[in-house]
Design a protein around this ligand. Structure first.
Ligand SMILES: C[S@@+](CC[C@H](N)C(=O)[O-])C[C@H]1O[C@@H](n2cnc3c(N)ncnc32)[C@H](O)[C@@H]1O
Length: 303
């Protein structure tokens, strides 16, 4: 199982430029398979990393990968939702760096039983935290009315044919329980010429929308932003996002923080992956990186 970390060089460069000091304390809020964590532990020799993930399988795999660092107390991982950042910050000494690499990992996408992928057959689950969250994607399809489904597909997937697809789902004679059943309904709802013009898999946007909705991804992002804006010490905050809705939330929050003198925006325009990175890892193509440096309140008047 592999996940190629996205925009890793840019993340390391930002930390080197804006947070380089001995005994760095780094919070990797979206541990995934530990790609970012491993790189910072290697690069910053005496740093400490706390990794969070709401997916227990990600915690298990990254602990396995980073066992040597865990054994020397440089790395710890906890099963947690970054939306609960308030509690996490209260229980630990301050962090110098906060890293967020939003969305799903390749592990989640490639395990068919997790139901995230339109390319592999599995139950339509899509919960990042199957032991904690109760509503699966199949439940959402069954329990939501046509209008609500269309809104989910439009808001979170920017799907132009949201109403057509929602109507086909509700008209389908039997409940939709698997990834391939959903793909088939979407394919049958969209005329062939439309599918040809889409330039992507016809189910991609609907799958993305359902995943964001099932996991409350926008709400969790808004929750963590409310905690981060209370930080009152020097810290570097890095977000890599893959969806315009998330990028907008991050962009507006950073602007607001800067206007409120909480620190400064380091990326006037978002950084995006180089052509060669996209060539090596097509999944990186929609990534946008934004960074902010918070400044301790008393020091703000000196700059
Ligand atoms: C794109 S992957 C991170 C990959 C990681 N940077 C690496 O290099 O291996 C995103 C991870 O964030 C986790 N995640 C998403 N939303 C989360 C949340 N609200 N709280 C904690 N983890 C979350 C997902 O379960 C997934 O494992």
């Amino acid at each position: 199982m592999n996940h190629i970390p996205v925009m890793l060089n840019e993340v390391l460069e930002l930390i080197t430029t804006h947070a380089n000091k001995s005994h760095l304390r780094i919070l990797d809020a979206t541990l995934g398979l530990g790609g970012y964590s491993q790189a910072v532990l290697e690069r910053f020799g005496d740093s400490y990393v706390l990794g969070l993930d709401r997916d227990e399988e990600a915690i298990r795999l990254s602990r396995e990968r980073l066992k040597d660092y865990e054994d020397t107390s440089r790395f710890e991982a906890i099963h947690a939702n970054f939306g609960d950042m308030d509690t996490i910050i209260n229980n630990h000494a301050p962090f110098d760096v906060f890293m967020f690499d939003l969305g799903v990992s390749n592990m989640q996408l490639t395990l068919p039983e997790r139901g995230f992928s339109f390319n592999s057959e599995g139950l339509l689950d899509m919960r990042m935290n199957p032991s904690g969250d109760s509503m699966t994607a199949a439940d959402v399809l069954r329990e939501s009315d046509e209008k609500t489904l269309a809104k989910i597909f439009y808001d979170y997937g920017e799907e132009k044919f949201s109403r057509l697809i929602a109507s086909a789902i509700k008209k389908n004679k039997s409940a939709i329980n698997t990834t391939s059943e959903l793909v088939n309904v979407i394919r049958s709802a969209l005329p062939q010429p439309v599918q040809r013009k889409m330039g992507t898999h016809p189910a991609r946007r609907v799958f993305q929308a359902l995943r964001i909705y099932v996991n409350n991804e926008t709400e969790e992002l808004e929750r963590v932003i409310m905690t981060l804006e209370k930080i009152n010490h020097d810290a570097l905050i890095i977000f890599v996002s893959y969806h315009s809705l998330e990028d907008r939330i991050i962009k507006h929050s950073f602007r607001q923080w800067q206007n409120d003198n909480k620190g400064r925006i380091l990326t006037k325009h978002p950084l995006t992956p180089s052509d060669s990175e996209i060539g090596n890892n097509y999944k990186a193509r929609s990534a946008k990186l934004r960074a902010f440096l918070t400044i301790k309140y008393n020091a703000k008047f000196l700059i």
